[in-house]
Design a protein around this ligand. Structure first.
Ligand SMILES: [Zn+2]
Length: 65
């Protein structure tokens, strides 16, 4: 697991937990070339927010792999 994805999971444990955006929202973000991190920071689809958390796209892709 990428360190940033791991950091996101650690964030879930310390915060309100697991609340991924729905698929339509993720697709809209991706169409604009953006994503959000679990702490609501705007980042890129393949990016990491300024706090070191992976984007939702990365977190969810890691679950599927
Ligand atoms: Zn952040």
């Amino acid at each position: 697991m990428d360190p940033e994805v791991r950091a996101a999971h650690e964030w879930f444990e310390g915060n309100s937990g697991w609340a991924p955006p729905d698929e339509d929202t993720l697709d809209e973000w991706a169409a604009d070339g953006v994503s959000k991190a679990p702490d609501d920071c705007v980042t890129t689809v393949e990016g990491t927010c300024s706090h070191g958390l992976a984007s939702w796209h990365r977190v969810l892709a890691a679950l599927e792999s």
